[in-house]
Each structure stands twice: as structure tokens, then as C-alpha cells.
Design a binder for this molecule. Structure first.
Ligand SMILES: C[C@H](O)[C@H](O)[C@H]1CNC2=NC(N)=NC(=O)C2=N1
Length: 96
């Protein structure tokens, strides 16, 4: 799939609309940590994200420790942050 890294202007605009997400300049992606009541809630969230990711064919880099889920969104095919990451972050926000 043809996908381009976001320009500086577009990433500023995207990040302004995603206040909970921070830019990881080393990976050129966006990150957010989520804390839930317990493992059940965290894993339920991961399951919902996984279904969206598979449908979109765009997959998070993530880890889970008990009630915590850390997500990094970056586009390997583009070598950095793309619109697909922004769209995935928006879809994740809509689950909360
Ligand atoms: C072949 C398949 O479409 C690609 O490998 C997709 C799958 N999921 C992906 N996920 C992410 N985060 N970045 C990608 O570049 C990517 N590419």
C-alpha cells in the first residue's frame, strides 16, 4: 500500500487533535499509555484494538503489564509516522 510519512505541518495538526499522544522522535511514531482497572479491562481493550488493527491492516507495537497498555503507532512501510497512524489513534480514542 502506498503510504507517505507526514510532513511537519500535518503532524503538528494531527498531534493537536490527539492531546494524549506524544511524538516519539527516535521511532518517528506516536505513543500513549493506558491504565485500566485491572488486567481484564486492559486485555479487553487490547482485543478491541486488535480487531480494528486487523481490519485496517495496520498494527500497533505494544506491550501490556497487568492493567497497563503501552502503544506505539508508526508505519513500517513509510519509515515513520503516517496518516494511517493518526487514523488508528483516532479509532483507539473512539473506543474509550
Ligand atoms: C503487507 C501488509 O499490508 C503490511 O505489512 C502492513 C501491515 N501492518 C502494518 N502496520 C504498521 N504499523 N505499519 C505498516 O507498515 C504495516 N504494514
Amino acid at each position: 500500500m502506498m503510504v507517505a510519512r507526514l510532513t511537519d505541518g500535518h503532524r503538528d495538526e494531527a498531534l493537536a487533535a490527539l492531546p494524549e499522544w506524544t511524538l516519539d522522535t527516535e521511532r518517528d511514531g506516536i505513543r500513549r499509555s493506558f491504565v485500566f482497572a485491572d488486567f481484564n479491562a486492559a486485555f479487553g481493550f487490547m482485543t478491541r484494538v486488535a480487531l480494528i488493527a486487523e481490519k485496517a491492516d495496520h498494527h500497533p507495537e505494544w506491550s501490556n503489564v497487568w492493567n497497563r497498555v503501552d502503544i506505539l503507532l508508526t508505519t513500517h512501510d513509510a519509515g515513520g509516522l503516517s496518516l494511517r497512524d493518526v487514523q488508528m489513534a483516532q479509532a483507539i480514542e473512539a473506543l474509550l
